[in-house]
Design a protein around this ligand. Structure first.
Ligand SMILES: [Ca+2]
Ligand SMILES: [Ca+2]
Length: 327
């Protein structure tokens, strides 16, 4: 960027999107550790707990034009500045927002499952299956220096290098940009089933934990009312004496407060119910309703049209009648 700042004369710029012939394949290494338990004292009960870690190298990522501009101008990322070409006047001639390999990522979490099939009684047979996935840590090394999850909002220790902007631990942050839109900490489903003779019913619960999203751009352009927390600021360490390390405020460096408005995306639970009848001609007739309590998806400001992310259910109850025939 030209020294002293620059105002683009034409707000529309040419952006190159799509494939990239220099793209390298992603490689990944995963580690799993699992525990299965079928207690002898409870027939039909199964428990399992898995810990997993996935490490991706050469992560393929697509940045939007505004992510490239923000990353270059606000955070000074040389890799992103390289993707902006300017005319002699300073105006942007073209911006490269194609797929790119972008450092490494590491995700770590736990899966927990519980299945229980109760003994048959005169009231029928009950069973339940509960699955939960908890993500503990999701970090990226975008500058390839081997340090994952650098967070510019973390003040380093005296004598240490300042952190780059890799988002810290992105679990629970919506649209953290490097791992898809939703980064739920916890997702859980509970399925229950009852069967008696040729009749049965199911009741399923789906849970998505809450997330936070960056809302500062809305605040900057006068739409702060769309954010749930507009007054939020965070301290950033600035290497004011330019020696590449943090010397503390007394040692010649400074701390500034950067406005960081946020929007809260609430936790969401859906309930799905169904009843079915097994017909004697090898068929099953099911009547069901998904999202039976008509829960609205939580609003995400960065989603299309500032509405909701498509990974949540579309608003409204979904009632269906299904006929399945086995031949
Ligand atoms: Ca790094
Ligand atoms: Ca310094």
């Amino acid at each position: 960027m030209p020294v002293g700042g620059y105002v683009q004369s034409n707000p529309q710029i040419r952006v190159t999107v799509g494939g990239n012939p220099d793209l390298q394949p992603e490689t990944s290494t995963s580690t799993n550790l699992g525990l299965d338990y079928r207690p002898s004292w409870a027939d039909g009960l199964e428990l399992s707990l898995d810990w997993w870690r996935i490490r991706l190298e050469n992560t393929i990522r697509t940045d939007s034009a505004s992510q490239v501009l923000h990353g270059c101008i606000l955070n000074g990322s040389p890799a992103l500045c390289d993707r902006i070409r300017r005319y002699g006047s300073g105006d942007i001639s073209t911006l490269n927002a194609t797929n790119n390999n972008f450092g490494s990522s590491q995700v770590e979490g736990y899966d927990f499952a519980l299945g229980y099939r109760l003994p048959e009684t005169s009231l029928g047979r009950f069973s339940l299956a509960w699955h939960s996935s908890y993500i503990d840590r999701q970090v990226h090394d975008l500058d390839g220096d081997g340090r994952f999850g650098e967070d510019i909002y973390e003040i380093p220790r005296i004598g240490e290098a300042l952190n780059g902007n890799e988002g810290g631990n992105t679990v629970g942050q919506y649209n953290a940009g490097r791992s898809g839109s939703n980064n739920w900490r916890l997702r859980s489903t509970l399925g229950t089933r009852w069967e008696l003779g040729q009749f049965g019913a199911t009741w399923n619960v789906r849970y998505y934990s809450s997330q936070e999203e960056d809302c500062q751009a809305f605040e900057d352009y006068g739409y702060g009312y769309l954010c749930s927390d507009t007054d939020r600021t965070r301290a950033v360490a600035v290497d004011a004496n330019g020696n590449g390390v943090w010397d503390g405020v007394g040692g010649g460096d400074t701390i500034i407060n950067r406005a960081q408005a946020q929007h809260h995306i609430g936790a969401t639970t859906y309930h799905d119910v169904s009843v079915f009848w097994n017909a004697p001609w090898n068929a099953r007739i099911t009547i069901g309703a998904n999202n039976v309590f008509d829960k609205d998806p939580p609003i995400a400001r960065q989603a299309a049209a500032n509405s909701f992310d498509p990974q949540y259910d579309v608003p409204g109850r979904f009632v269906y009648l299904r006929y399945s025939q086995t031949f």
